[in-house]
Design a protein around this ligand. Sequence first.
Ligand SMILES: CC(C)(COP(=O)(O)OP(=O)(O)OC[C@H]1O[C@@H](n2cnc3c(N)ncnc32)[C@H](O)[C@@H]1OP(=O)(O)O)[C@@H](O)C(=O)NCCC(=O)NCCS
Length: 154
Amino acid sequence: MIEELTFHRLGIQDLADLVVLEQQCFSAPWKEEQFLLGLEREVFKVFGLKDGDELVAYCSFYHVVDEMEILNIAVVPERRRHGAGRRLLSLVLQICLKMGIQNGHLEVRVGNVAARALYASFGFQEIGVRKGYYPDNGEDAILMRLDLENLSGA
Ligand SMILES: CC(C)(COP(=O)(O)OP(=O)(O)OC[C@H]1O[C@@H](n2cnc3c(N)ncnc32)[C@H](O)[C@@H]1OP(=O)(O)O)[C@@H](O)C(=O)NCCC(=O)NCCS
């Protein structure tokens, strides 16, 4: 049940779980060293949803002054389409508002229908395309931006 998932700021202690989740969700997953390098920097923040001790979703972003960039959001495959992605992004964006962040941006694969719909439902708007951006398959990246004043659905 989605209501039973608990929201956490994730850190070094969650590294192994993050790596496993990442491997389940992406063709070119972040490796342990990449998470480690990120988690050692104050600008990099990761939040997640847990079912008991089990990490079922995470969202990472960079935070610089009044801007944030979503790096990733992922829900473990067997838990998708039950509202976990929406709940996590909502909680993350509410925290961003409290931190005084005014603008959010991100890149998403053009073929990632699920993520594009999720972001759009929060008010992210498509503002550009980076042609052939992803090196593994040459897929285009869609650039999306949100003025947090216009946040919807959170
Ligand atoms: C994108 C992702 C995080 C969504 O998580 P989720 O828990 O399944 O999403 P939710 O159930 O909360 O759905 C929220 C909204 O997302 C959109 N969405 C989610 N899955 C979708 C799908 N398969 N097709 C179309 N829209 C979808 C819908 O707008 C949905 O709202 P609705 O249920 O009112 O239609 C999940 O699909 C995932 O982990 N994908 C793999 C990792 C990834 O590609 N991350 C994005 C990197 S930029």
